[in-house]
Design a protein around this ligand. Structure first.
Ligand code: ZN
Length: 310
């Protein structure tokens, strides 16, 4: 449908025949000049407005996004990542891992290949779940991760994403862990949403268990990862008003697992967050809301800031 059709302009005045008496021609000229004058004035005013750079910038300037913990941020600081913001995370590196990949559904052979997670062998990656209406977990995780990156960069952090719609599938879980390790991340967050039965609701944060085997040795990260996870869980509950999961974690919103390669192979403090249950209609209504996803990203970011002492 064409929404921008407009009625044709009114027909312009017919040209004045040249055989009219002089006074008629002169009145036409007067009318034309009279009509032209306001147009010129309007043009001059418009020019003045457009060239009034100071006023235009003042009007367009947006206040910085409030993050609740960055009072030192300059209101005039540009939002471009190139000009790193100063804040409580200045000098810190945060790795964000958007769970799954929207392309995984088309690359099942690749993601089914087994990789070594130290304590076992496991599929490279999985497709992730979807809502009943088909909104993919991988879309959700990338959206929240990009929002999270923006908030963390505004706090001064260097942010690395394990992927961002720049590859057809994956990365494999061992590569996801390696990206965090090689970045020497001060904190790593893997973003997910769960896919369990309707009626199961709420968020939970997954903490690494103490495991040792092959390349896996989490002894050094168990304790800091728990502190990171507790901070994220508390802030996520505050910003989203979501409740801790009602189907695991005994109401704490915290779960320890020893079977996730992304945690077992990490040498840096790392947690997963399952933001809600995509298969529950009420949770799905939140997960599909951009406003709610912004709150989710804010809560995770506030948790990272709290953990890193911001
Ligand atoms: Zn997932």
């Amino acid at each position: 449908m064409r929404y921008h059709d407009s009625p044709p302009p009114p027909e312009s005045a017919s040209p004045v025949p040249s055989d009219r008496p002089w006074f008629t021609r002169r009145s036409t000229l007067v009318v034309a000049v009279a009509a032209l004058a306001p147009a010129c004035l309007a043009g001059w005013v418009l020019t003045q407005v457009l060239t009034g750079a100071g006023r235009a910038e003042g009007h367009d300037a947006k206040p910085p996004v409030s993050t609740g913990g960055n009072p030192a941020a300059s209101p005039s600081a540009p939002a471009a990542p190139a000009a790193a913001a100063k804040g409580p995370l200045t000098g810190r590196t945060v790795v964000i891992d958007p769970g799954h990949n929207t392309g995984n559904f088309q690359h099942t052979d690749e993601i089914d290949q087994q990789v070594d997670i130290g304590t076992a062998r496991k599929e490279c990656d999985t497709t992730g779940t979807t809502t009943n209406s088909g909104y993919m977990e991988a879309e959700f995780t990338l959206d929240v991760s990009l929002r999270l990156r923006t908030v963390l960069e505004a706090q001064g952090a260097k942010v690395v994403l394990t992927h961002e719609a720049d590859r057809p599938w994956g990365p494999c879980i061992n590569e996801r862990a390696r990206i965090g390790n090689e970045a020497k991340a001060d904190a790593v967050v893997s973003v997910h949403a769960d896919g369990v039965s309707a009626g199961s609701r709420g968020y939970h944060v997954i903490l690494p268990a103490k495991v040792k085997g092959g390349a896996a040795d989490t002894a050094a990260i168990v304790e800091p990862s728990r502190r990171l996870g507790e901070r994220i869980a508390g802030n996520f509950a505050r910003t989203t008003r979501s409740a801790p999961a009602n189907y695991l974690g005994s109401g704490t919103g915290l779960v320890v697992r020893d079977d996730l390669g992304g945690l077992n192979l990490s040498t840096q403090p790392k947690v997963f967050i399952e933001c809600g249950n995509m298969r529950d209609a009420k949770d799905a209504a939140q997960l599909t809301s951009p406003e709610w996803r912004q709150k989710a990203a804010q809560g995770i970011a506030d948790g990272v800031v709290g953990f890193l002492g911001g």
